[in-house]
Design a protein around this ligand. Structure first.
Ligand code: PLP
Length: 303
């Protein structure tokens, strides 16, 4: 099902490994401390989407945590090796047809070794993501516990880096599921909207306060310590060309409830409309589905 390729100085195109066999040392700091970074991206028909944006963000995450990582060309070569192996494996027969998830991971490596461990996996895209896009999401607002200016004051919190320490994000999702919801939007201690545990947040207005038609997309400001979403970035570029007005937060929970539509957006899920937030419906089913179709079309052009 999964193809695994290690980045290895002795193998410039990457070293294929058996994902069913143990291959990470028990002392690896990625395992013992969650000390590492990752990227997840979509590949369609063998081509990775937004590869440069993901490699750039990986490099930024590495700089944020003083981690030396392999050069971009080595990642590119390992990704090619992994995608080639995947397309000839039976894995391509499961999940969404023609699509797969390419994941890049790099850890601080085994304790005392001063040598990062880096690998690429390719695996099927969960069919559940397609269902989310079609059906929409019921979302809870949950506190993340930091004020929105924490990123500048406390860089050691690694806000805005895509680190392996996702246990809190996964716990927030389990909490939402236990309450009958599908996903989460985090808020800051000072009550601003941040992001989902695995997604960026986007809202749209199609009329202004006096009822005049507008086309306005808004996402929370990056200063709040959120991850800069590559999918949100790609959609904004396409939406601007299509005449949408673009804005960056601050976004409050009241702004979300007042929007004509809200989405969670990410590389794998793409654009999933939010039906309700804390039980309150966002916009109407017709407007949600109309806008989702329009923006999904724009996003598809850019990918
Ligand atoms: N925010 C967080 C916390 C994420 O984990 C992700 C993606 O996994 C995103 C935002 C969306 O990023 P992208 O659009 O680059 O997938």
């Amino acid at each position: 099902m999964t193809v695994l390729v290690f980045l290895d100085p002795a193998h410039p195109h990457g070293r294929l490994a058996d994902p069913a066999q143990p291959s990470i040392l028990a002392t690896d700091q990625g395992v013992t401390r969650g000390d590492g970074i990752f990227e997840s991206m979509l590949a369609v028909d063998g081509a990775t989407r937004k590869i440069q944006a993901h490699l750039d963000r990986l490099a930024t995450s590495a700089r944020t945590m003083d981690l030396e990582i392999p050069a971009a060309e080595l990642w590119q070569a390992a990704i090619t090796t992994a995608l080639t192996a995947y397309s000839v494996s039976d894995a391509a027969a499961t999940g969404e047809p023609g699509q797969c998830v390419v994941k890049l991971v790099v850890t601080r490596g085994p304790e005392g070794a001063n040598s990062p461990t880096a690998w690429v996996t390719v695996s099927p895209v969960s069919l559940a993501l397609a269902a989310q896009r079609a059906k929409g999401l019921d979302v809870l607002l949950l506190e993340r516990g930091y004020d929105s200016d924490i990123s500048a004051r406390a860089p050691w919190l690694l806000m805005g880096a895509k680190t392996l320490s996702y246990a809190v994000n996964m716990a927030a999702l389990r909490h939402a599921h236990s309450q009958g919801a599908d996903d989460v939007i985090f808020t800051s201690g000072d009550q601003l909207v941040l992001e989902g545990p695995t997604s960026s947040v986007l809202l749209a207005h199609i009329s202004d306060d006096s009822g005049v038609p507008v086309k306005r997309l808004i996402t929370p400001h990056l200063d709040t310590g959120i991850l800069p979403g590559t999918t949100q970035g790609a959609l904004f570029a396409a939406a601007k060309a299509a005449g949408w007005e673009l804005g960056y937060g601050p976004v409050t929970p009241a702004d979300l409830l007042d929007a004509d539509a809200v989405w969670l957006i990410s590389s794998l899920r793409l654009l999933a409309p939010v039906n309700t937030i804390d039980g309150q419906e966002i916009g109407t089913p017709e407007i949600r589905s109309e806008l989702t179709a329009e923006l999904s079309g724009l996003l598809a052009q850019t990918l």
